[in-house]
Unconditional design. Structure first.
Length: 214
């Protein structure tokens, strides 16, 4: 085999290697785009497995049985691990129905409440059993003022608007990120609009694996 033939053979090997890497990258990118949550969980699982394997290998080198490592832990270490586990998973403090979330909602509603003492005194003078018991049916005949109805409608609209904004923000965060912030993302889109037509062929070659490696 001459020097030129050897050089051509080496280039073909590099080309095949680059094509395989590009194909693997395309498959990996497709997984990330089609199922971002599953892809993220898979990546976390790989990192966790690699960390566990590294820790196991380190224990084996030290002559310690990985399955009996908990027997060598001190009371302080065991207590700290138990507290961390409890802090990580606490069903009583999860979701929108937790005591902390309910108390925060109550404080927000209380801060936004409008108290009209004149209306309060008028109702107390108008209703004979103002301080009524639980068996009273007066609440069925009570007619709130138009201002109270408007405040309730505004509160419901504001809550719905916040939920919509939070949902849009979460949806936007799940999309592909092309920049480190909004300004950089906008700048990258401007660059793509101007230069994508020139770099289109280069990108196509890289995706097909036909680009010559350096």
């Amino acid at each position: 085999m001459s020097a030129k033939q050897r050089k051509l053979f080496e280039l073909r090997l590099k080309l095949n290697e680059g094509r395989k890497k590009n194909q693997a990258a395309v498959v990996e990118e497709k997984k990330r785009v089609d199922a971002p949550d599953e892809y993220a969980n898979a990546q976390k699982r790989k990192i966790r497995e690699a960390s566990n394997k590294s820790r196991t290998d380190s224990l084996v080198k030290q002559g310690i049985d990985p399955n009996a490592i908990h027997l060598t832990a001190t009371m302080e270490q065991a207590s700290r691990k138990k507290g961390k586990k409890k802090q990580t998973y606490d069903p009583s403090d999860a979701g929108q129905f937790s005591a902390e979330r309910q108390y925060a909602n109550y404080e927000r509603e209380r801060a936004n409440a409008v108290i009209d003492m004149s209306d309060y005194e008028a109702q107390k003078a108008r209703v004979p059993d103002f301080y009524r018991g639980a068996d009273s049916i007066y609440h069925n005949t009570n007619k709130p003022s138009q201002d109270a109805i408007d405040r309730l409608a505004q509160g419901i609209s504001a809550a719905q608007r916040k939920r919509t904004e939070a949902h849009e923000k979460k949806t936007h965060a799940a999309k592909d990120v092309d920049g480190i912030n909004v300004r950089n993302d906008r700048f990258n889109k401007m660059l793509a609009k101007s230069y994508d037509k020139y770099s289109k062929e280069i990108k196509a070659n890289l995706e097909r694996g036909t680009a010559l490696p350096e």
